[in-house]
Design a protein around this ligand. Structure first.
Ligand SMILES: [Zn+2]
Ligand SMILES: [Zn+2]
Length: 180
């Protein structure tokens, strides 16, 4: 498959042919139809957030399931899906409570494993992490949901506790503040 990969921190990424990832027994392979570029990708590329090299970045994506692992019960080939930035293990109390972002056994495509700047990306624990998309939600919009949208949504609702009709000020309009 084709992928965008860099061999060293700060080096110009190359378009390369590499083997497709294996499908985890509890996961799926997703054919990437849209992927975002996040400030977190830049931090990994710069070496601020270390990754193993060579590395394929990308964690904000949407696509179509092409392979389903034998232990997956809820997903099927052909589904249009997206995933959150942080993939939980699917087995611990944090994951069961809906807090996979603090799962102690978490993984992130584009950080702990090859990411979505590629034709295919492997997603572990698919019954927890893979989110089906409504038919009328396009791939580009869906690719923004798992990282930048969820980050700003939780900041406003869980931490800021804003209510309809309230005004907010947004400082530093990066990818999180400017959804697309
Ligand atoms: Zn991101
Ligand atoms: Zn977990």
């Amino acid at each position: 498959m084709q992928a965008v990969q860099y061999d060293a921190y700060g080096a110009t990424p190359d378009l390369v042919d590499i083997p497709a990832p294996d499908c985890p027994a509890d996961g799926v392979l997703v054919e990437v139809r849209a992927t975002g570029v996040c400030r977190s990708d830049w931090h990994a590329w710069q070496g601020h957030d270390p990754v193993s090299l060579p590395h394929v970045p990308g964690h904000e994506f949407a696509g179509v399931i092409t392979i389903v692992g034998p232990r997956v019960t809820t997903r099927r080939v052909g589904e249009r899906v997206t995933v959150p930035f942080v993939c939980g293990c699917g087995r611990c109390a944090y994951c069961a409570a809906g807090d996979a972002q603090v799962c102690p056994d978490q993984s992130q495509p584009g950080f702990t494993q090859p990411g979505s700047f590629a034709d295919l990306v492997a997603v572990p624990a698919a019954d927890l992490n893979v989110v089906p998309l409504p038919d009328d939600l396009d791939f580009v919009t869906a690719a923004s949901l798992g990282c930048r949208f969820a980050t700003s949504y939780r900041a406003l609702t869980a931490h800021g506790r804003v209510r309809p009709g309230e005004w907010v000020a947004v400082h530093g309009c990066g990818g999180v503040a400017c959804r697309r």
